[in-house]
Structure formats: structure tokens, C-alpha cells
Design a protein around this ligand. Sequence first.
Ligand code: BG6
Length: 491
Amino acid sequence: MTKIDDCTLVIFGASGNLSRIKLIPSLFRLDSLGRLPERMKILSVGRSEVEESLWQDDIKSMLDNKFKKKFDPKVFDRFIHRNFYHANLPDDTHAFERLRVRLSDISTFPQNLAFFLSLRPSDFASIVDLLANAGLLDESKAWRRVVIEKPFGTDLETAQALQKSITKHLKETQIYRIDHYLGKSALQNILLTRFANHVFDPLWNHNHIDHIQITNNETLGVGERTKFYDATGALRDMIQSHLMQMLALTTMEMPEKFSPENIRTEKIKVLESIKPIPIHALKNHAFKAQYGRGKINGEEVKGYLEELEDPKSVVETYAAIKLYINTPRWKGVPIYVRTAKRLHASNTAIAIKFKKAPLSLPEQDDNWLVISIQPNEFTRFEIQTKIPGLDTKVRSVPMDAPSRITGDESIDAYESLLLNLMQGDQSLYLHINEVEASWRLLDPIIKAWNEDKSPVFTYPSGSSDPVETKVIFDKPEQFWRHSIEINDNKL
Ligand code: BG6
């Protein structure tokens, strides 16, 4: 276990949803597992006055809501006593000076400081300026780190502007850009599946792979985030970071060493090797759609425009793109990436279709390798075997390798992310070059879609992929895989 320095985690936006549902519960879990350093403290910063004891009561209710069970009173008390509250009132011009004074109480707060900005993205740069001006980012006596929640910019230009602004005060080693997907154990498993097994690497190239599908589908709609979502769209919300990271882990070269820096270097290389999308042929490379009314699990749900209360929006809730990587390994292999809200099922997976087998019998299927990220974590290889009987017929049979077996720990992505933050390990965080490569690639599509005000294709909520997405596939026999569930083998 890596030793962790005593430190103080300062959470901005502590009363917001992320903090209540993810950060505080994850810190509590880490404490229960004995993973927090002994003197570690959590200072929650909010924009209103709240008495410390009331804040601690609030934390109790966050934990009750999340875990719904009795806690070990020793662990619970220890955790509650790690927590403090500080009001940064909006009209207080000396707010950050007061924060500095509060944090300088070394009898309470360890001086290694990590600032978690769970704030509106438009506030990231100015908060970093204010922290720096108060001397809170100076590393001469202790380490100082800043966590920036997604999204890092809304396009290449804004990402670069944010980077320019924060690097006035911070070195790359102090910046922790979040993509919470990297905290998921199932994503970390992609590299291990590829490189800790002998069988996969020799097959992992254009000689054997027909195409790859990277998928995130949700039955959920946009919920209460209509305003945010309408300014964002599916391409930015899911593909720009989460799915591009899944793509990078699936297609990167083997790192020289299995170290955080080497892994990031290989991810950057592969992301930078993706061919730009030909905008003149956008229709064959990218498809967008929006959900209408429909039924999810038997219940009527509203369409996107009704939820938004704006009949004119053409913002996509379904986005699918086709990419090619310009390296010898991936020559000519299409990679189809899609995400959707309000589809018939929720699943996140990587599906790899292998090329035709030497023998071809009627009704014979192809080999697929599916790495399922959620709701279930497993790797499935589908092989063709003879159907017992008098005829020469085959059927596709799954060979399942569940990643999770009874008794395994269930770790929330934020637990891994927060632990790595305190350890100073940036492997689960994004390097600026990854962020930029991804925006560089997607910006032209975002721009073209923004300019195109023609009516958007609508799919009923609860349906499966619109057949119209066929236009982005290279061959008639290629289409989205639907059946990647493991219902028969749930653990
Ligand atoms: C977020 C997106 O980053 O990821 C959401 O903003 C999306 O729209 C969510 O629902 C999906 O995360 P997860 O961990 O539930 O797959």
C-alpha cells in the first residue's frame, strides 16, 4: 500500500450533488477501509453560513441516504470529526484570505492541501487565481493539488484558455483533471485483460479485427439537467471524454513500463493518431438523434423537447461516430463509438468483432470479444461450436469471464480517484494533451452540428438504435451489437 501523507482536502461546492452523493460517501468508505491518513481532514467550503455542528449532521444524513445501514460507531465518529465547514461568502472580498488563515491552523489542518473544485466550469479559472493570490498554491513547504471536474473546456479553444489561465499558477503535476470513468475498476481492467493474457495481443490488430464498437447507452433521460444538457449534447457530454478514454485504453500500444506516466504517454499517442473526421463526408461518419416520447420499463416518459420546454432544440441525445486510427496496428479498422440517453437498456461496453473464419457455414456467426463495463463487469468471448446432432451446424457460445465474484469489494470510481489524488498518482486523471487531442478531433463535428438547424432525427424513448445509423457503417453486415447482457450469468 502506498503511504499517503497527512493532508487536508478542501471541497468547493461541498453542498452540491456531487459532493453529497459521491465525494463525502467515498471519503467515508476510504476511512472505513483504513485508507485515509490518520490526521487527514476535510474542509467543506460553501457560499452560505452553516454552523459546523449542523454541517456534521448534514454529513450524517448524506451517509444515511447513501448507505442505509448502521455504521461502526468508532469509524463513524472518527469520520465526522475529520469534517469541518468554512463559509466563503459571495460578497466577502477577503474570503480567500480568511480561508488561508483558517487553513494555517496547523494544529487542525495538515498543510498538504488538495482543492477539489466541484463547481460550475466557468468558475474554475477564477477560483485558481484566487487560491494562488492567497498563497494557497505555493508548494515550497507542502504539496498543493487542484482537482478540476469535467468538462475541461467546452471546445479546444476554451480548454486551451483554461489551461493557459491555471498554468500561470500550477504545474502539470499539480493539476488533476477528472474523468470519473477512469476510476471505474472495469475500465482499469481493459489494459489488464489485454496485457496480462498472452492470447489477446497477437490478435489485437487489423489482420484479425473487423471493427470495434465502444458503447454507452442509458435508459435515463436528461432529468433535471435540461439547461446544461442543451448547451452540451451527447457528443460533448459522453464521447469527448469517457468514451474516448475507453477507446484509448482499447487501442493504445503496450506501455514500456506499467507506470502512470508510461500509460498516459501511450494514451496520448493513440488519441493523437486518430484521423480527423472528413467534414465534407460527415454524414457517413457521424449521426445524431434526439429522444421523443416513449416507454421505459413500461412507464410513459416525456420526449426531450417536452422536458426542455423548447420545441426548437436540435441538440442530440444520441451520438454515433466512426473513427480510424492512423497506425500500422489499426490500418483500416473502423471504430464505431455511440452514446444515447433513453435507449431500451443501459450498458457500457467494448465489443470487438473478429474477421471471417476460414470456414463459413450457413448461419455461422463471427467471433466477438465483449468487455462489459456496466451494469455487469465481465469479458465474453463468443466462439462457434457444433450443435450436437446429425447435421454440420454451429452456434455461437459465450465463454464468460466475470470480473466480479461473490465477496469482491465494490469500489465507487470516486474512491479510487480520491485515493490517487492523496497519493499523488495521476494515472487516473487526464493529461492536458489527452483533453486537447479529444477536442481537436470532435470540435469540427460539434461546430457542424451546431450550425445545422435542420430537423433532427427522433427515436422513441425505450427503443433500440435507429436503423438510420446504418449510414456510418462501412459494410452492410456491420451494425450495433445489442445483446451484450449476461443475464444468464449474473453473480
Ligand atoms: C456524466 C454525464 O459525465 O456521466 C452524464 O454528464 C452521464 O450525462 C454520466 O449520465 C454517466 O456516468 P455513469 O458512471 O453513470 O456511467
